[in-house]
Design a binder for this molecule. Structure first.
Ligand code: ADP
Ligand code: ASP
Ligand code: MG
Length: 428
């Protein structure tokens, strides 16, 4: 008998029919003799709809109240799921994040889990119940307020529960059959991976692949939790995310698998580009600019500085930040224009970022040249480039992103013979 943690995303519990399908899967796992703990997301696009509602009543909703509001989405689905399981003749009990012992810091909207004390969950399991926990939410001990873990945070709830309860596996169910070499909504020829290293998954998640939430992958790596990403809508095996030294549960003893050089391609349209034009080309200006940006709370991703024009002694500095942070960043910079001495500020939210990720880049040469050749053959212009040890990213026009991703995916030999299946969801 194993202890299995399962997480069902919004598209898996979008309506009554879907909730019944999920309940049946949970009951089947229970029937097979396992203890089951479930983390559940809000139904369908509920979180987005609640957010829109909040912004209709207040331009800048108070963070504490926003967390109260958003956490209610998961309460609805947890109760409905527990009721459904009950009606199937099984004992199920639902718990909010705070009842489940999800203790976080006090950072509303992006709280981090600092402790998990699943006492009530243990009791319920000991009494033979199936445990359902509202994902995405926690509780701060100092403020005694409800917090949320950031968009996609139910994945983290599941992984944290798996770690605290020492579960055998953490199954993350969504509307695709596993982790693919690219988002199958963008590249229908993407291939499902049997497994992926957690360092590669972290890079993919950080660069737009929302199939797993980056903090969940991080948490799993730190606590040695095996993630199995799979689909609610089919019974096929999905993809295992494995940290260093973790054994692939599917691999037979002694079998060594040849790892591909490139694990996958990720696309991201959530960044905007800001250009500070006409910056005096003297020491200290970059420091001044990025101090202002960091004070504004924006997370800078890519940076490019042009060669300064000899006649003017001025240069342009461009960088990318999340679209959501762009306007505060621009305001903060504009307020210091005279101080810094730049000429102009430009804002561009029509960019797209394409990233190629693979641990094999460490030991193979020529990986970047394939990317650049593929883009050049498709006549696509590159605006910015950045690299890490296992990733190359380029910024392009947003309208070129899908074409670019398809040609790069093909150039690395990642295209599959058959089209990937996306079962449900709006991809929102
Ligand atoms: P859930 O609501 O269940 O949490 P998400 O919408 O967060 O599900 O994540 C699943 C979606 O992630 C898929 O529908 C797919 O469009 C997208 N996705 C992005 N990159 C990938 C990838 N590499 N492999 C699989 N799915 C991906
Ligand atoms: N419901 C939350 C969201 O939409 C959390 C989650 O689904 O993981 O972001
Ligand atoms: Mg998700």
């Amino acid at each position: 008998m194993a202890l299995i943690v399962q997480k069902y995303g919004g598209s898996s519990v979008a309506d009554a029919e879907s909730i019944k399908r999920v309940a049946k899967r949970i009951v089947d796992t229970r029937r097979a003799g396992h203890d089951v703990v479930v983390a559940v997301s809000a139904m369908g696009d509920t979180t987005d709809e609640l957010l829109e509602l909040a912004h209709e009543v207040a331009p800048l909703p108070a963070p504490r109240e926003l967390d109260m509001l958003l956490s209610s989405g998961e309460r609805i689905s947890m109760a409905l799921l527990a009721m459904t399981i009950h009606s199937m003749g099984f004992e199920a009990r639902s718990f909010t994040g705070s009842q489940a012992g999800m203790i976080t810091d006090s950072h509303h909207g992006k709280a981090r889990i600092v402790d998990v004390t699943p006492i009530r969950l243990r009791e319920a399991l000991d009494e033979g119940a199936i445990v359902i926990v509202a994902g995405f939410q926690g509780f701060n001990r100092d403020t005694r307020d409800i917090t949320t873990l950031g968009r996609g945070g139910s994945d983290t709830t599941a992984v944290a529960l798996a770690a605290a309860l020492k579960a055998d596996v953490c199954e993350i169910y969504s509307d695709v059959d596993g982790i693919y070499t690219a988002d199958p909504r963008v590249i229908p020829r993407a291939q499902k991976l049997d497994h992926i290293s957690s360092e590669e998954m972290l890079e993919l998640a950080a660069n737009g692949a929302k199939v797993l939430y980056i903090r969940a992958v991080e948490y799993a790596r730190r606590h040695g939790v095996i993630i199995h990403a799979r689909s609610t809508f089919s019974s096929s095996e999905g993809t295992y995310v494995l940290g260093t030294g973790m054994k692939n549960p599917r691999e037979s003893e002694g079998a060594v698998m040849e790892e591909p050089i490139v694990a996958g391609v990720a696309t991201d349209v959530t960044q905007a580009k800001i250009t500070v034009a006409g910056v005096p080309d003297v020491p200290g200006k970059a420091a001044e600019i990025f101090k202002i940006v960091s004070k504004a709370g924006a997370n800078v991703d890519m940076i490019v500085q042009n060669v300064s024009a000899a006649t003017t002694g001025r240069t342009d500095i461009s960088f990318t930040v999340p679209k959501a942070d762009a306007s505060t960043t621009l305001k903060a910079l504009a307020a210091e224009q005279t101080e810094v001495g730049f000429e102009n500020l430009l804002h561009d939210d029509q960019i797209g970022k394409l990233s190629v990720v693979g641990a094999g880049m460490r030991t193979h040469s020529g990986v970047s040249s394939i990317l650049f050749q593929a883009l050049s053959a498709s006549g696509i212009n590159i605006e910015m480039i950045s690299t890490s040890e296992i990733r190359i990213s380029v910024v392009l026009r947003g309208t070129d992103l899908a074409d670019a991703a398809r040609s790069v995916h093909a150039a690395y030999g990642l295209d599959s013979e058959i089209e990937a299946i996306v079962h449900a969801g709006t991809g929102r």
